[in-house]
Design a protein around this ligand. Structure first.
Ligand code: FAD
Length: 401
């Protein structure tokens, strides 16, 4: 969902290094011998996507020092999409991944609701950052989801991508009155959103809640197939994938950025993009980002047409429950988020959380057989105001040919 921190960190070349306010001298090492990113246990359990064959993406090892125009650190969905975009622009990025294969990070845990609606309602975000900025964030988010969908279609990436409406149920963040205000704010911005009162909600969806918003312009996908599709196209167009290699050092040298792997191999690059997600690079300022734990289940396949338009359903609550269906008719349901990132504690709670999610799903949709066929858990990032975050660094004198 749009609240999660997918954080592309870019490194630009402008003459000197900077990290937010801090200007780094040429020759200064950004990360010395302590590792660039902290290694985390990102997920546990069995995500539903592991039930079908996981696409094989062939990576090879780095054997000696090398150079590249652009190095992408991380081969999840962010690295994959970026790599494909760069190859379309005529570049041949080098992707370096520390896990033994691509797509072993957070991407495989995603429930892949490609939802432009942020966790912070538009009305609330308007109070926090002003209506103009809030409107811009929401529109940018909608455009990003549109772009991902149309781009994937254009590239013929078969990843079970489907356009879906979303149903946003009244909860402890927005009740019926709050939803009325929210629908007006969304409509004013030109977003397709309708208010459903209790009767309309019961009639169309068979759900008992005081109100909901029906919104248009969201999508869903199979995240593993999606990332694999982009990665495959990138590799076919000249990108290189090297794994398992951990980048531990990043240094602004006279000839660009110098990266060092844990096994002592040096890489020279003009640009580096850190697509390491929740294994956030230590040089990124915290800026209100926090890591939490989340859980999800997937049921067995359910009878067809289980609910209208296979809408993405979620609650205007904190924490909220959310659900979607899969191409083979399962219901994915997630939530029960907790404000800690300790993975031992997170994993130990999996059974309890899965049962709770199933019980809540059953209450919301009595017709669904809510027994978990898959259950998994993972670390999730939250940004301030639930807005997408990106941090720009540096500027390096380029002396590469
Ligand atoms: C249960 C759950 C449900 C979710 N549901 C949704 C959802 O519905 N919609 C949504 O949009 N998002 C969702 N998310 C969030 C989503 O999974 C992530 O935002 C997304 O997968 C991040 O992709 P990524 O490519 O940025 O990161 P990753 O897939 O984690 O890839 C980053 C890669 O960087 C590598 N790396 C890190 N440090 C280094 C280093 N120093 N050197 C080399 N490699 C390194 C890692 O090994 C990893 O493979 C969910 C997450 C969870 C856990």
């Amino acid at each position: 969902m749009a609240s999660s921190t997918r954080t592309p960190h870019r490194v630009k070349s402008h003459g000197r290094c900077y990290c937010r306010e801090r200007v780094l001298a040429q020759g200064e090492t950004l990360v010395a011998n302590h590792g660039l990113t902290r290694q985390r246990d990102l997920r546990d359990g069995r995500p539903v996507w592991t039930g079908s064959p996981v696409p094989k993406i062939v990576a090879s090892s780095l054997r000696r020092s090398t150079r590249a125009d652009v190095v992408i650190v991380g081969a999840g969905i962010s690295g994959a999409i970026l790599a494909q975009s760069l190859t379309e622009a005529g570049l041949r990025p080098l992707i370096v991944e520390r896990r033994r294969a691509a797509l072993l990070g957070s991407t495989a845990a995603s429930t892949a609701l490609l939802q432009f609606e942020l966790d912070t309602p538009l009305t609330q975000l308007s109070q926090e950052i002003g209506p103009k900025a809030a409107g811009q964030v929401w529109i940018a988010s909608r455009d990003a989801v549109n772009e991902l969908r149309t781009r994937s279609q254009r590239l013929k990436i078969d990843a079970e991508i489907a356009t879906r409406p979303s149903l946003y149920l009244a909860g402890n963040v927005l009740d019926a009155r709050g939803l009325r205000k929210e629908v007006r704010a969304r409509q004013k911005l030109g977003l397709a959103s309708e208010y459903l009162d209790r009767r309309a909600l019961r009639h169309h969806f068979g759900i008992e809640r005081e109100a909901a918003l029906l919104n248009h312009g969201n999508a869903e996908a199979n995240p593993v197939q999606l990332a694999a599709g982009y990665l495959r196209l990138a590799l076919r167009a000249g990108a290189r994938l090297r794994a398992p290699h951990e980048i531990v050092d990043l240094h602004c040298g006279r000839r660009g950025v110098e990266l060092m792997t844990a096994d002592g191999i040096e890489i020279q690059a003009k640009h580096v993009v850190l697509c390491t997600d929740y294994e956030l690079a230590k040089i990124v300022p915290p800026s209100g980002n926090r890591l939490i734990s989340t859980w999800a289940i997937a049921t067995r396949p359910q009878p067809p047409a289980i609910w209208p338009q296979r809408a993405l359903i979620w609650e205007a609550s904190d924490p909220y429950l959310y659900l979607r269906s899969t191409a083979d008719g399962r219901v994915i349901c997630g939530g029960e988020d907790a404000d800690f990132s300790d993975s031992t504690k997170r994993d130990a709670l999996m059974g309890i959380k899965a049962r709770r999610i199933a019980a809540r799903l059953s209450r919301l949709m009595p017709a669904v057989d809510a027994r978990p066929d898959y259950a998994w858990t993972g670390t999730l990032g939250r940004t301030a105001g639930a807005c997408p975050a990106s941090v720009e660094f540096q500027a390096i004198p380029i002396a590469m040919p």
